[in-house]
Design a binder for this molecule. Structure first.
Ligand code: CA
Length: 220
């Protein structure tokens, strides 16, 4: 938990401890980055109003070193800001003031998603092999070096291989969002294509169906 307000911090730690969560807490972004670099956490709760770094900056730096799920705690009820942070890699957000129960429910949902993603099986589409338990993917036997989002996107499309997956469903499943702009998906698709050695103009596995969604299928 990254929170500089002692009162908020103590109350949340008390609640989360009662719910049998182990909590480490710090009051600055730099301490948080150090902690995340050193320990494997299940989830990070990140206050946006920290004394040393802007929350958006903190999130960006955190994402540079870890794929850990992040829930933003914000005092600003600003939809544009929230969308920006979700696109920058936050998994969910809570608006202050929030109760321990509310945070607990959001945490459970985020943990369910990240564990659900980790609990699957091996998916095979042509020469593409995706091990969702170990979170590893390879193409024709060569390992693919994917970011967490790229992996989730590929695994989700592979789980629906052969069918067109609507963009709305991709946003909901991979980003946990009911809304967002298409660019988010397009950017990740283009990175994924590069790693698969293909382009939008000459697709092999990843086919964009204009105005509808994306289809993953083995090359003809
Ligand atoms: Ca604060």
């Amino acid at each position: 938990m990254v929170e500089d307000d002692q009162v908020v911090r103590s109350a949340l730690i008390r609640y989360l401890s009662q719910e049998a969560h182990g909590v480490r807490s710090v009051g600055t972004a730099l301490e948080a980055l150090r902690e995340v670099a050193q320990h494997p956490f299940d989830v990070v709760i990140l206050d946006l109003g920290l004394p040393d770094l802007d929350g958006g900056e903190a999130l960006k730096m955190l994402r540079g070193i870890s794929d850990v799920p992040v829930i933003i705690a914000t005092a600003r009820d600003d939809e544009a800001e929230v969308v920006r942070l979700l696109n920058a890699g936050a998994d969910d957000y809570v608006t202050k003031p929030f109760s321990g129960e509310h945070l607990g429910a959001r945490m459970s949902a985020v943990l369910r998603r990240s564990r659900g993603r980790a609990a699957g099986d091996v998916l095979q589409v042509g020469g593409l092999r995706i091990d969702t338990r170990r979170r590893e993917a390879d193409l024709d036997g060569a390992p693919l070096n994917l970011t967490r989002r790229e992996f989730d996107l590929l695994a989700f499309l592979a789980s629906r291989a052969g069918g067109v997956v609507p963009r709305r469903e991709i946003l909901a499943e991979v980003w946990g969002q009911a809304y967002g702009d298409d660019q988010t998906i397009d950017v990740h698709l283009s990175w994924l294509r590069r790693k698969l050695g293909e382009t939008a103009r000459q697709p092999r596995y990843l086919h964009t169906v204009r105005g509808v969604g994306v289809r993953l299928e083995p090359p003809a």
